[in-house]
Design a protein around this ligand. Structure first.
Ligand code: FAD
Ligand code: SF4
Length: 321
């Protein structure tokens, strides 16, 4: 695997983990876990986003393999960065290998905080849709929690496959709430940009390839390289630096991987994916917080035919136990 691209244009690959368990637990192709595993095996430290005890999202570190899995999977919330930049700097100065993963703005923030390049730092960011406000998530959880507290949240459950993913919430009373990205009103509000953070509308950071490696869902896989479609997930990987290329090469034997030709313009389109601000967005947070979700729900109801089709297909999945 060689970097044949012109300087400045990242190399793009379609890939997924050969290990089915890793693939199932990851949002797309499982690259994050394999890269993280490689770093931990070299006595390095991995930073990423995990749930805290309130089912909100925080950045934290993993130094052992049994700590790594909590960072798997996309969490559609702004992750609190806490003291992770300071900790990462400490490990870097100490000479340990550090993998820091986050949204493009978090990686840009880390680099600005560090101020100098470290050879022992590997950074991963994401093709970033943006992050929803935690206020909307708290209101959503209040409704889910009415009968029981929460045991697990998976924004990208692959029960119906990678492309038809659903939000799954396991409750302490044994019930499972599970709805598709179209029928769950938090996911719908997120994907329709109803309550993203203000900085995500017109974000100027994500187009800059700030990290060594950028990971995303390879949604156009059928158009670009259908042979790389895996029903459990295919990632697009943009390799933005020599360090990123070496990291990808180090896990190559654990991947199905194929180079894909994208023009610079196509890559820019992937990276930018500008999030249009709905006309009603400014009104959302002027409302009492308990009204936010209903206000957005009414404005993102999909066409009736689409709902009906989905209902028939899924037999109104929801509390299914
Ligand atoms: C908020 C968000 C928006 C995204 N938007 C898009 C998009 O529009 N298009 C697209 O193609 N892909 C998007 N992705 C990326 C995609 O969903 C996968 O995360 C990516 O393909 C990596 O998948 P994986 O299978 O390699 O690893 P996974 O195991 O799924 O990797 C999870 C990685 O994401 C990090 N992460 C999870 N949640 C957060 C968070 N809230 N903040 C910061 N880092 C987080 C973890 O630390 C870990 O490094 C988004 C991801 C997130 C978190
Ligand atoms: S869209 Fe931009 S500002 Fe929003 S989380 Fe992604 S990188 Fe950060």
């Amino acid at each position: 695997m060689t970097n044949m691209n012109l300087p400045g244009i990242p190399s793009a690959y379609a890939c997924y983990a050969k290990n089915m368990e890793i693939l199932k637990r990851s949002s797309s192709g499982g690259l994050f876990y394999l890269l993280g595993e490689n770093v931990i095996k070299k006595n390095g430290v991995v930073f990423g986003a995990r749930f805290d005890e309130h089912w909100e999202v925080v950045h934290d570190k993993a130094e052992k393999m049994d700590e790594l899995s909590q960072y798997m999977g996309s969490k559609y919330l702004q992750s609190k960065i806490g003291d992770t930049y300071i900790l990462a700097e400490k490990y870097l100065k100490f000479g340990r290998l550090v993998l820091f993963s986050g949204t493009p703005c978090q990686i840009a923030g880390l680099k600005s905080f560090l101020g100098v390049e470290y050879g022992n730092l590997l950074t991963i960011d994401l093709l970033c849709h943006g992050v929803p406000s935690v206020v909307a998530w708290r209101e959503y959880l209040k409704k889910i929690r009415r009968k029981s507290s929460i045991r697990g949240v998976n924004f990208r459950d692959k029960k119906n496959g990678w492309m038809d993913f659903s939000l799954k919430i396991e409750l302490q009373n044994g019930k499972i709430y599970q709805k598709t990205k179209e029928t769950d009103f938090f996911m719908r509000g997120f994907l329709k940009n109803s309550f993203l953070r203000p900085s995500c509308y017109g974000c100027q950071i994500k187009k800059n390839n700030v990290a060594d490696i950028t990971l995303g869902d390879f949604w156009p896989v059928f158009v670009k390289c259908p042979e790389m479609y895996n029903p459990m997930g295919t990632s697009i990987v943009l390799v933005n630096s020599d360090k990123g290329m070496r990291a990808l090469q180090s896990i190559e034997d654990q991947l199905e991987i194929k180079k894909v030709d994208f023009t610079e313009e196509q890559i820019q389109t992937l990276l930018k994916a500008p999030q249009m601000k709905p006309a009603y967005r400014d009104e959302v947070f002027e409302r009492p917080s308990e009204d936010i979700l209903e206000f957005c729900r009414k404005r993102t109801v999909p066409p009736y035919a689409k709902i009906l089709k989905r209902k028939i297909k899924t037999e109104l999945r929801g509390f299914i136990k």
